[in-house]
Design a protein around this ligand. Structure first.
Ligand code: NAI
Length: 336
């Protein structure tokens, strides 16, 4: 099949080429560096498959343009599909496939990394030592052992995260509309939202972005948290109302904030814009806090995960080409 691959970096091209070759798929890959947007969707014209990443825009107008010009399959290189207008895909008879699990460990380990770095202020210590400043003032952390960690969402990543934090001797409070038996076996106590917010020293978000979870961490939720709480978000930026988080950081209510995702990340992340002035004042304000650590959506970025994304993407596409289901189809609403 002819595949238009958007938002591609060198590592995407390499891994997808390799997976295409190793799996004997024989697809024709057309790589495009730009993000998929209404302005770039014409690049995908004539390709039966459009392969997209997390910040590509699969809005109704983009889907209409692609469908009008021969696209039949949207192959996401991500687990999340919050950026796809599923109603438009259903209306236009497109199939949407994703990579539901590539390496939950990659994301869970990154979340743990943010916790360790923020707690022991490794990001600040690194700079201090390089400047010959070996003073410890301001670097005091806390023992993770015995702390309460609130885990929002105990799916694949949430459970991998629970396993790691249980290893540190933390008490796990979890919430999920579908509580995981595995998390329970690892010692997690499933509690209601109010208890999780009120009692957790660290809150980690591992649920998808949906209309229900949009801004789930808003001013009210923040006010219900312990003073000094650490919040970690490696899921999707819009789970947190960033302006409310900034207000809570300014008064010291949030003790530290670790973000791998940001609600307006599409114009920033995955690009080197170090020579430009950041126009997003909310993001720029976040960067000024010493107790905020931001990474640019890199939690997934391990060799194992990148290889698995490419392999599953190619398998998803080949299954579609054979008229079979891969099992990774995103359920679409009934077209009206
Ligand atoms: P998953 O589908 O295995 O688990 C998600 C869990 O969240 C499910 O158990 C679900 O019942 C639960 N959930 C849904 N609504 C909830 C709510 N309102 N409150 C609490 N729990 C709720 O997904 P997985 O693989 O664990 O991924 C989680 C999220 O991580 C993805 O949706 C994606 O947004 C994000 N992600 C981020 C990456 C990164 O590089 N930063 C990479 C991969 C995923």
């Amino acid at each position: 099949m002819r595949i238009a691959v958007f938002s591609t970096k060198g590592y995407d091209q390499e891994s997808l080429r390799q997976a295409n070759e190793d799996g004997g798929h024989g697809h024709e890959l057309r790589f495009f560096e730009p993000r998929l947007t209404p302005q770039t969707s014409s690049l995908g014209r004539g390709c039966e498959v459009v392969c997209a990443f997390v910040n590509d825009q699969l809005s109704a107008s983009v889907i209409d343009d692609l469908a009008d010009h021969g696209t039949r399959l949207v192959a996401l290189r991500s687990a999340g599909f919050n950026h796809v207008d599923l109603e438009a895909a259903a209306r236009r008879g497109l199939t949407v496939v994703r990579v539901p699990a590539y390496s939950p460990f990659a994301v869970a380990e990154h979340a743990a990394g943010l916790i360790l770095a923020l707690n022991r202020k490794l990001h600040r210590a690194y700079n201090r030592v390089r400047e010959g400043n070996f003073a410890l003032d301001g670097l005091m952390g806390f023992d993770l052992k015995g702390r309460r960690v609130g885990v929002v969402g105990t799916g694949r990543i949430g459970v991998a995260f629970v396993r790691i934090m249980a290893g540190f001797g933390c008490h796990i409070l979890a919430m999920d509309p579908e509580p995981s038996d595995e998390a329970k076996k690892l010692g997690a106590s499933f509690v209601d939202r109010d208890r999780l917010l009120a009692e957790s020293d660290i809150i980690a978000l591992h649920c998808p972005l949906t209309p229900e979870t949009y801004h789930m961490i808003n001013a009210k939720a923040l006010a219900a948290m312990k003073p000094g709480v650490m919040i970690i978000n490696t899921s999707r930026g819009a789970l947190i109302d960033t302006r409310a988080a900034i207000d809570a950081l300014k008064i010291g209510h949030i003790g530290s904030l670790g973000l791998d995702v940001y609600e307006e990340e599409a114009d920033l992340f995955f690009e080197d814009i170090s020579g430009q002035v950041i126009q997003d004042d909310v993001f720029a304000r976040l960067l000024t806090f010493p107790n905020v650590l931001i990474t640019g959506h890199q939690a997934f970025f391990t060799a194992e995960a990148v290889e698995a994304i490419a392999t599953t993407t190619m398998e998803n596409i080949s299954a579609f080409a054979r008229g079979e289901e891969s099992g990774n189809e995103v359920p679409l609403p009934k077209a009206s």
